[in-house]
Design a binder for this molecule. Structure first.
Ligand SMILES: *Cc1c(COP(=O)(O)O)cnc(C)c1O
Length: 374
């Protein structure tokens, strides 16, 4: 039986968003970011859609995720962004995953396991071109590539970096990162005899930083239908708009009529000021509908917005259904997504939760049962 709280993913929206990214990518290869269970949308299902649409590669954070993709039958290159350490080297090699290497810590193990398996392993090197998080410093990148290429079974096939603020169209930071990356790429081309493929752009880079395409691009959030800068990105979008792929729905489980002056729920954080129709929803913070949304969020019922009233508890949320017309038990309620002519976006939720759309999608997607529609 299906849960009353349900995440529904539109594969049509995923396909549409891939096409939008391909348009911005021009002719370069797309690496589809499916880390974090495809930002909560379901890694295997989303990877299948993106590969069908022409993704040249997939990218996840850890080796265990890459293994799941291999077990599901994917044969495209799978990049592993984080956690290539001596302990994970063997599994990376056995599963033909493409390590993104940030230093020389696991090179010996990668090479050793590759030799034993009679394989050669492609490596991409992650440079810190200004992100300040992970990677090898720009000025140390050539030395690291030389060190990798000294191992007989390891071949450096690519170099990447990551933008720290490509979502901010007003910042000059991305120009600096782009310049550092380009300059280092030039230096690598002079000093390393074999070709490498270069990639830098996340969604923000793809949409907002001219000339950041290089040989491949790595969109994530945009594939799922959100802009890296949230609602302002959606408003500014000139080309075809991204379509949110995730909806979150529940159903009314009780309808109550209460008088004025009644305290509702834990802590009585809300008092009715009029005779009120209260609809009870079986959703709470255990479903990712965080307590932070108490007395802030809105939902859609009968195509109208209804406010969340009182404190969200573990499994229950109350809404004021007085002004939305007749509401019955079993009625569908949209927590995120469209209904009628209105919609609640991940950016709306993010605003109420004091976070970003990325976190909302991961949270809702991870905490609830998922289904897929065309
Ligand atoms: C997550 C990630 C991306 C995708 O970023 P979005 O903002 O979701 O497009 C690209 N590159 C790297 C290295 C990442 O970690």
């Amino acid at each position: 039986m299906e849960s009353l709280n349900k995440i529904t993913i539109s594969t049509g929206a995923l396909r549409h968003n891939f096409a939008v990214c391909r348009h911005y990518a021009r002719d370069v290869d797309i690496i589809a970011m499916v880390k974090a269970d495809a930002y909560g949308h379901g890694m295997i299902e989303c990877a299948r859609v993106f590969v069908e649409e022409g993704a040249a590669a997939l990218c996840v954070a850890e080796v265990v995720e890459g293994i799941k993709l291999r077990e599901a039958g994917f044969t495209v290159p799978v990049f592993i962004l984080a956690g290539i350490i001596p302990q994970t080297a063997q599994a990376a090699v056995e599963n033909n995953l493409t390590p993104v290497v940030v230093d020389n810590v696991a090179l010996w193990e990668l090479n050793d396991h590759a030799q034993k398996a009679g394989k050669e392993i492609d490596i991409h090197v992650k440079m810190d071109a200004g992100m300040g998080r992970q990677g090898t410093l720009a000025e140390e990148t050539v030395a690291l590539i030389k060190e990798i290429d000294d191992y007989s079974s390891l071949n450096t096939k690519g170099v990447l970096a990551h933008f720290p603020m490509a979502d901010d169209r007003d910042s000059s930071n991305s120009d600096h990162v782009l310049a550092t990356f380009s300059n280092t790429a030039r230096q690598i081309k002079e000093e390393i005899p074999h070709p490498c493929r270069y990639h830098l752009a996340n969604s923000g880079g793809l949409f907002y930083v001219r000339g950041s395409q290089f040989d491949m691009v790595r969109p994530g959030i945009s594939l799922y239908g959100c802009y890296p800068d949230g609602e302002s990105g959606r408003h500014a979008a000139v080309a075809s708009r991204l379509e949110p792929a995730m909806c979150f729905t529940t159903r009314v489980i009780q309808v109550r009529n209460v008088g004025a002056g009644i305290g509702l729920g834990y802590g009585h954080s809300f008092f009715t000021t009029r005779p009120t129709t209260v609809a009870v929803l079986p959703v709470g913070y255990e479903d990712g509908y965080l307590r932070k949304l108490s007395n802030l969020a809105q939902v859609l019922v009968n195509g109208h917005r209804a406010p969340v009233i009182g404190r969200i508890s573990m499994n229950l949320t109350l809404i004021d259904a007085t002004d939305v017309g007749p509401v019955n038990v079993g009625e569908e309620v949209v927590l995120m997504g469209p209904q009628g002519t209105d919609k609640i976006t991940a950016d709306d939720i993010a605003g109420w939760m004091d976070t970003i759309n990325y976190e909302v999608l991961c949270l809702f997607g991870h905490m609830n049962d998922r289904g897929f529609t065309d």
